[in-house]
Ligand binder design. Structure first.
Ligand SMILES: Nc1nc2c(c(=O)[nH]1)N[C@H]1C(S)=C(S)[C@@H](COP(=O)(O)OP(=O)(O)OC[C@H]3O[C@@H](n4cnc5c(N)ncnc54)[C@H](O)[C@@H]3O)O[C@H]1N2
Ligand code: MOO
Ligand SMILES: [Mg+2]
Length: 418
């Protein structure tokens, strides 16, 4: 493979991050579905819309331990003039009542129990007293109650046939409860995107190798694998390749066979050994972009080869992290049917001054904090793209517009939730 002429490496048109993301999202489509047991569905995205096969609760359910009564029997009830009702039955949870409640009667009932026919209120145990006369249990109630008190009607939480969750919805704890209640023992989910990860760089060592002069250990691959997993996807580790365009090209093309998306790190800038520039200059590669008007990650590159998306992230760990969040997370969300794949922004107070003046928009790794009810965002440290320590603890990116003035502490800024 012939390295590109130097001047071709320098001639690049910088897109705005939004334009670059649009080009990526236009080229990803949702993946097929598979069925998994509910216990394994956490963190997955639904493959189809789910509707409720029955109302919930499926029966009139008591919300208290107490007595099921007719509210109309208690109209005159007061502390000095309690109403006495004959207790006809005791209903534990999970047992269908045998007898209806008629005027002058009550049924003892437990929380979660099925309210007998006729009863339209449950009076909590603490508001009652009992006595037994001639072997018959009576309950005394010294307070009138509203019809419906402490009863959850059939379908009051979910109507039969109601839309439970849309396709693409992320299954978390609440969703697990809902699906279990509705009998979804098997759940149709989008299959996990398979994301191949290739690191480029002749300076890279494996994690278990001792340091050697001019070498560093490959830290981008484990970071990318972790982020891929955080997105519900499956990393496929292709290992590392030295800065040799032919070797990189072979691994990229092999790696593409068995993945939905291929990520590389390093080798995208203008250096003599920036091999991804050469790999993605092949005639059958459709380049989407190779420069973005942002820092870090300005040389982030995306391309299509064999109908698959390749995102070539910058080798600098901070830039690799930011590029992943801006462009790869939305792509993985879109593959998993997420309707709103782009990052979400919020407004917050800036926790420190930011004196740097920028030609490009900057995305600063930062942490969100609540201070007396207001939201503050503070950089995790130096935002240099070569740093990895400032990735730790970052839960948002502060957006610094390309202004020719520094930002003051306490100023309102836009931040993007990671
Ligand atoms: N003359 C110019 N030089 C540079 C420019 C520029 O516009 N003109 N851009 C700078 C910017 S901005 C960035 S970002 C980097 C992009 O570098 P590459 O994506 O080409 O990455 P490399 O050159 O391969 O490596 C950069 C840096 O990152 C380290 N690295 C690479 N891979 C890994 C890994 N897997 N784990 C840990 N660290 C890794 C590598 O050793 C380098 O230190 O280019 C600037 N230069
Ligand atoms: O755009 Mo580079 O990632 O700043 O350092
Ligand atoms: Mg480089």
């Amino acid at each position: 493979m012939q390295p590109l002429d130097r001047t071709d490496r320098f001639r690049r048109t910088a897109l705005q991050p939004e334009e670059a993301l649009k080009l990526i999202l236009e080229r990803v489509s949702s993946l097929s579905t598979e069925c998994v047991p509910l216990a394994e569905a956490w963190g997955r995205r639904l493959g189809e819309a789910l509707v409720s096969p029955h109302p919930f609760p499926p029966f009139r359910r008591s919300g208290m331990d107490g007595y099921a009564v007719l509210a109309s029997d208690l109209l005159q009830a007061a502390p000095d003039t309690p109403v006495t009702l004959a207790v006809v039955e005791s209903v534990p949870s999970g047992v269908e009542p045998k007898l209806p409640v008629e005027s002058g009667q009550a049924t003892r009932i437990m929380t979660g129990g099925m309210v007998p026919e006729g009863a339209d209120a449950v009076v909590m145990l603490e508001m009652t007293a009992t006595e037994t006369r001639d072997g018959q249990l009576f309950v005394q109630i010294g307070k009138s109650v509203k019809s419906g008190l402490n009863i959850a009607d059939v379908g009051c939480e979910i109507k039969e046939g109601a839309m439970l969750l849309p396709p693409g919805h992320l299954i978390g704890s609440g969703e697990s409860a809902l699906l279990a209640s509705c009998g979804y023992a098997q759940v149709s989910v989008i299959r996990r995107p398979r994301v191949a990860i290739l690191s480029t760089g002749s300076e890279l060592l494996e994690v278990d190798q001792p340091l050697a002069p001019a070498k560093i250990r490959n830290s981008n691959a484990p970071m990318l694998a972790a982020m891929v997993r955080e997105c519900g996807a499956e990393p496929i580790m292709l290992g590392k390749v030295p800065d040799d365009a032919n070797a990189a090209q072979t691994l990229v093309r092999q790696g593409l066979h068995d993945c939905d998306l291929l990520l590389t790190s390093g080798g995208v800038s203008v250096g003599d050994y920036d091999v991804m520039v050469d790999v993605l200059a092949a005639p059958d590669v459709e380049l989407l972009f190779n420069k973005i008007a942002m820092r870090p990650g300005s040389p982030t590159t995306a391309a299509i080869l064999n109908h698959k998306l390749i995102v070539a992230l910058s080798g600098n760990p901070g830039a690799c992290f930011v590029g992943f969040h801006l462009f790869v997370v939305p792509a993985l969300k879109a593959m998993q049917l997420e309707a709103q794949p782009a990052m979400l922004s919020f407004q917050a107070y800036l926790g420190t001054e930011f004196p740097k003046i920028n030609a490009y928009r900057r995305y600063i790794r930062a942490r969100t904090e609540l201070r007396e009810g207001t939201v503050w965002v503070t950089p995790t440290g130096d935002d240099k793209s070569s740093l990895m320590t400032t990735i730790i603890g970052a839960d948002c990116l502060i957006e610094i517009p390309p202004l020719k003035k520094s930002l003051e502490m306490g100023q309102m800024v836009t931040a993007w939730k990671l």
